[in-house]
Design a protein around this ligand. Structure first.
Ligand SMILES: [Zn+2]
Length: 455
């Protein structure tokens, strides 16, 4: 038996998706995050590869937060024999259930489509997992509060600390014998609209830190001011403002800003709709977990009351058909699917309308095409002329930029013995590595999947 503490990256290294870190110590195996690979096909195919160790040999999963690239592989692991506990915060359990169910649905629909159009090598094509598989994973989840120490056995214990990224998102402090390990998960902004300030860590033997925006700086423009200007401009055209949005966090941030703008009469009194069953559920999770964000009760209520929350398809169809000026928030955030397509199907041609992009738009998505000035967009089997104006707000992001990542590191009173950068494309991780070496003089390594790190 190897007595060394071993750290192995099974995903989320040199890429931003598929986060999985395997910790092995005195025969115990702990997995930090269990994310799905997303994006280009080469990455997505990794989800179908056999897991490198028997899933039943993993003792527990510690989950930083509910985003799919951190929790989306859990149903596969459970389907294949994992029976341990999954530890995370209370809101993460609520959000993971919403996100995993939706992911199961998307996997089922993809398999159906593959069978319909015959683009599958497996006959019939099977989903990676189903809604049922997702639901079967939920009884394994054990919720915790921030700062609560949990004994894992085998001389290991852990504690979750606020990472300020999305509701309930955590950094993991893992103590193994006398060693202290920090896994940053996704690190949030210095100032977040809805969340309490992220935790500062002062000491550690090993830090694994994300580097998503390791080479970038977020614009400092006020997102509220930008949103106000775009709403007013669309109103002057008597048009509809469509905001394709991620259902978790971004939708609620937008509702929060809209509630503030409406309360101070800075925007006209237009009807606002959040047309997204998942977004509606995520908004309810915010209301339920009042101590996990910084909104007081009136602000939280204003956020949930500023617009009509639409889940059912019949109401959605009515709003889709209506041409009157309004603001519509609908999924998906990168226009890869979801109800936003029905709106665009009816309204994308008209120059009176505006499409506002508010989040990261991955390569190959319709959102990215619009961002790059596409004059037509293909969906529902045909091309649609883009007559609507396209606007972008870059200042909303759930990830710290390079400067904010460095600020987080500056809280350390002494350099960690090892600092590993994960969760970033190689050029992002490298840019951050060089910056840390230059600014702090620390020794930095980039996490890779082909190497076992020891401590
Ligand atoms: Zn995340």
């Amino acid at each position: 038996m190897n007595e060394n503490l071993q750290i192995q990256f099974l995903g989320g290294a040199e890429t931003v998706t598929g986060s999985k870190i395997l910790i092995t110590y005195q025969g115990k195996r702990i997995l930090i995050d269990c994310g799905l690979f997303q994006g280009v096909k080469k990455l997505r195919l990794l989800n179908w590869k056999a897991f490198p160790i028997p899933p039943e040999s993993i003792d527990a999963i510690l989950l930083t937060h509910a985003h799919l690239d951190h929790c989306g592989y859990i149903p596969v692991l459970v389907k294949n024999g994992f029976k341990g506990e999954i530890h995370c915060t209370y809101p993460t359990v609520d959000l993971a259930e919403i996100i995993l169910k939706d992911s199961g649905k998307i996997q089922e629909e993809e398999a159906e489509r593959a069978n319909l159009y015959g683009y599958t090598r497996h006959k019939p094509a099977k989903p990676l997992y189903t809604i049922k598989d997702a639901l079967r994973s939920m009884p394994l989840f054990i919720p915790h509060n921030y700062k609560e120490w949990v004994i894992l056995g085998g001389d290991m214990k852990f504690c979750l600390r606020n990472s300020g990224h999305i509701l309930g998102a955590a950094m993991i402090e893992l103590k193994v014998g006398k060693k202290k390990l920090i896994f940053s998960g996704d690190i949030g902004r210095e100032k977040n609209l809805l969340l309490h300030h992220r935790s500062a860590i002062k000491t550690a033997d090993l830090v694994v830190m994300e580097s998503t925006y390791g080479d970038r700086f977020h614009p400092t423009a006020s997102s509220k001011e930008e949103l106000r200007a775009i709403i007013q401009a669309t109103y002057r055209k008597k048009g509809i403002l469509f905001i394709p949005t991620f259902a978790v966090e971004r939708a609620q941030e937008l509702l929060f800003l809209l509630a503030e703008l409406k309360a101070s009469h800075e925007i006209p009194n237009l009807p606002i709709y959040l047309d997204s069953p998942m977004g509606v559920d995520a908004t309810r999770v915010i209301l339920k977990n009042s101590e996990w964000h910084k909104l007081d009760e009136p602000s939280a209520l204003a956020l949930s009351n500023v617009g009509h929350l639409i889940s059912d398809a019949a109401t959605s169809r009515k709003i889709v058909a209506d041409k009157a000026p309004k603001i519509v928030l609908a999924g998906s955030g990168m226009i890869t699917g979801g109800r936003i397509l029905h709106y665009l199907n009816n309204h994308i041609q008209s120059p009176r309308n505006t499409i506002l992009l508010v989040g990261f738009q991955a390569e190959g998505t319709r959102g990215r095409s619009l961002l790059e000035g596409a004059t037509e967009l293909k969906f529902f089997g045909q091309y649609h002329q883009v007559g609507a104006e396209v606007q972008v707000i870059h200042s909303l992001s759930a990830h710290a930029d390079q400067r904010e990542l460095l600020t987080w590191l500056r809280h350390f009173e002494s350099p960690p013995k090892q600092l590993l950068l994960n969760h970033g494309e190689l050029h992002q991780a490298n840019a951050l590595r060089v910056k840390i070496e230059h600014e702090l003089g620390w020794n930095v390594q980039i996490a890779t999947t082909d190497k076992v790190f020891t401590l």
